[in-house]
Structures are given as structure tokens and as C-alpha cells.
Design a protein around this ligand. Structure first.
Ligand code: IMP
Length: 193
């Protein structure tokens, strides 16, 4: 079975991709290859950051690898917070700080459309590939729901009247930006193995 490293230590993401590739791919985490260092995300785009992480593992540890980066892109804010989604309200800020900052930035603005976008970079047999997954929706005016993480309580995907945090992980993980990008990646890997 094809063996690859996923440059993450996030157990939820590992779980998600292992389920999608079950029986067809063996996914190793950073801990599995004894990598315990922080990989700095110094890029200005999601693509750059995902590539930085995947290349780092290939160069230093020798494994074929993939890595992801995600951003919330709000149309009225010209795509912000985008690549800076994790630290929108400053270094070390909480998910609540980030949501509060975004709700304040959108106060009085009618256009609340937004999208989550995930980019996955893959380094395989000396070549690099990019896959993306997008889900469109809108930012509602106050937080609703308690599952998930990040901006889930204020993001309502198109076609639903619930936020990601109200839909629950089971539904979210079948329609999310990350799930869409991961499905493209898994299809590609299975086809090429
Ligand atoms: P990462 O690249 O997956 O670490 O995501 C960067 C940031 O985007 C996170 O810290 C969250 O604030 C936000 N984010 C990523 N994925 C999601 C999601 O599925 N729901 C809500 N927020 C997310």
C-alpha cells in the first residue's frame, strides 16, 4: 500500500484523510516520522504555505509528503483574512477573538458572502502538485452552534440554514473545503499508485 506523510499533527485532519483513503493509502503523521519541529508558514498565499511544509518534509526527512493550508476569504474584505485566518486578531489569539474581529469588520456591510478554501500541496516522485477545495457561503451576524472549530459558528454554507458549528462534524466533513480537496488528492494518489 502506498505510504505518505501528511505534514500535520492535527488528529482531526489525520482522521478525516485516513477515512477517505481507508484500505488504499497508509498515511503517516509528523509524529510517526519523529518530526517534532514547528514548520514556519512564511508564505503570502495558501499555495506557498502548503508547498513550504511539504517541501520541508521531503528535503529533511526524505518522505513523499502532502500538506494543507486553509483560509476564510470574505468578499467584502477583498479576500481577508485569507492566508492570515489563524492569526487575524493577532499572534496567539483565540478563535473567539478572530470571529469577533471579523463580525466587527463586517458591521453595517450588506454583502456577507465568503468562502473557505483549502489548498493541498503534494510532493511525489520528484514532482509537485496542487489541489484545492472551496465551499461558498456567508458570514452570519452572530455566533451559532458549538461543534467544529475556527470560524465554524459564523459560517453558513450555501444551501443550508445552519452554520458549520450547528451542522456537526459528520455533515461538515462531507461538504467542507478540506474534504473536497482531500478527495481530489486521494483520487489522484490512488490513480497514480
Ligand atoms: P489551517 O491551515 O487548517 O491551520 O487553517 C487556518 C485557520 O483557518 C484556522 O486556524 C481556522 O481559524 C481557519 N479554519 C480552517 N479550517 C476551518 C474550518 O473547517 N472551519 C472553521 N475555520 C477553519
Amino acid at each position: 500500500m502506498k505510504e505518505m506523510v501528511f505534514a500535520t499533527n492535527n488528529p482531526h485532519k489525520l482522521d478525516e484523510i485516513r477515512k477517505i483513503g481507508e484500505g488504499r493509502l497508509r498515511i503517516l503523521s509528523l509524529a510517526d516520522i519523529d518530526c517534532h519541529e514547528e514548520i514556519e508558514e512564511t508564505g503570502n498565499t495558501l499555495e506557498e504555505n502548503a508547498l513550504i511544509k511539504a517541501r520541508f518534509i521531503k528535503e529533511k526527512y526524505g518522505y513523499d509528503c502532502f500538506a494543507d493550508d486553509t483560509g476564510l476569504e470574505v468578499d467584502a474584505l477583498k479576500g481577508a483574512p485569507g492566508v492570515y485566518s489563524a492569526r487575524y486578531a493577532g499572534e496567539g489569539c483565540s478563535f473567539t477573538d478572530n470571529m469577533d474581529k471579523l463580525l466587527t469588520a463586517l458591521q453595517g456591510i450588506e454583502n456577507r458572502t465568503a468562502q473557505f478554501r483549502t489548498v493541498i500541496a503534494l510532493v511525489l516522485n520528484g514532482k509537485e502538485y496542487l489541489f484545492d477545495g472551496v465551499i461558498k457561503g456567508k458570514i452570519i451576524e452572530e455566533k451559532r452552534g458549538s461543534t467544529g472549530f475556527g470560524y465554524d459558528p459564523i459560517f453558513m454554507p450555501d444551501g443550508y440554514d445552519k452554520t458549520f458549528a450547528e451542522l456537526g462534524n459528520e455533515v461538515k466533513n462531507t461538504i467542507s473545503h478540506r474534504a473536497l480537496a482531500m478527495e481530489k488528492l486521494v483520487d489522484f494518489l490512488i490513480f497514480h499508485s
